[in-house]
Ligand binder design. Structure first.
Ligand code: CP
Length: 306
């Protein structure tokens, strides 16, 4: 039995196969429409979500399976004090695979250690969000044609943004990938990523504060929301929340084929006027999230289409 806690749980070759499968699902959805008949996905979300939970549910329904779960810890027995370990042990009796989101770092790992079914980390605190990373990799590979030879700008809340941490970990395994880390001083990338990941692997990167200074050289600009739920101080959040706003004027500084990605939800960090720009790929990215989660469910359940 296999779980997904981090994007690094898959080798590069396994990731390539998963992304190939997702592309095949995109092209031939009918081939996969009944392959999970009789299988059940449980979604256990202790934190709010729109995309991750609903794209997992859409993925299982598209595969002909069924879904059950909760989207609010307050409506589950967590409200009565039940541990994550006990909850997953019980869910193992009801479902074949489980996606779990929890505000505490490591909660999905704890669940996987007690589970009798595959567990997918759908986001654990400020730590990792591996299925968002799979989505991001599929989007970049599908739209740019490669995951190597890229300059990636990561902009916004690099301190608390778990999607950024997971994406850096995943992309450093490809050739000739460089990063431009764009953040205010208070939201810089944590040292365990800067030192233990980027410097340790001799990855080229620079840190800048102004988005305008980074735009011209980027192949991909990955915008992020300032993570209000991770701040201890509301005043600090209010001071930083609109630090970056990507506008049409700033897009004029970028390459004609630069992709703009965002894991969403967006607040103010991308002006809605940018949505019309053909380089804005964040809604396509949400669609790719369904294909890649379909591929992941099939892979973890060991199911192959004819
Ligand atoms: N990208 C993402 O994780 O979105 P949700 O919080 O809506 O699931």
């Amino acid at each position: 039995m296999r779980h997904l806690m981090s994007p690094l749980d898959f080798s590069v070759e396994e990731l390539d196969r998963l992304l190939d499968l997702a592309n095949d699902i995109e092209k031939h959805p009918d081939k996969y429409s009944h392959v999970c008949a009789g299988k059940k996905l449980a979604t256990c979300f202790y934190e709010p979500s729109t995309r991750t939970r609903l794209s997992f549910e859409a993925a299982m329904l598209n595969l002909g399976g069924s879904v059950l779960g909760f989207s609010d810890a307050g409506s589950s027995s967590a409200a009565k004090g039940e541990s994550v370990s006990d909850t997953i042990r019980v869910i193992s009796c009801y479902a074949d695979i489980c996606a779990i989101r929890h505000p505490k770092e490591g909660a999905a790992l704890v669940a996987s250690q007690k589970s009798l079914i595959p567990v997918i980390n759908a986001g654990d605190g400020g730590h990792q969000h591996p299925t968002q990373t799979l989505t991001d990799l599929l989007t970049i590979r599908s739209l740019k044609g490669r995951l190597s030879d890229l300059t990636i700008g990561l902009c916004g809340d690099l301190k608390f943004g778990r999607t950024v941490h997971s994406l850096i970990n995943a992309l450093i395994r490809y050739e000739n990938v460089r990063f431009v880390l764009i953040s205010p001083e208070e939201l810089r990338i944590p040292s365990y990523i800067r030192d233990d990941v980027l410097r340790a692997h001799q990855i080229e990167f620079k840190e800048v504060e102004r988005l305008e200074d980074a735009m011209t050289g980027l192949d991909v600009l990955y915008m992020t929301r300032v993570q209000r739920e991770r701040f201890f101080n509301e005043e600090e959040y209010i001071r930083l929340k609109d630090f970056y706003i990507l506008t049409k004027a700033k897009m004029e500084l970028a390459k004609p084929d630069m992709l703009v990605l965002h894991p969403l939800p967006r607040v103010n960090e991308i002006s809605v006027e940018v949505d019309e720009d053909p380089r804005a790929a964040y809604f396509k990215q949400a669609q790719y999230g369904v294909y890649v989660r379909m591929a992941l469910i099939l892979t973890l359940l060991g199911i192959h289409a004819e």
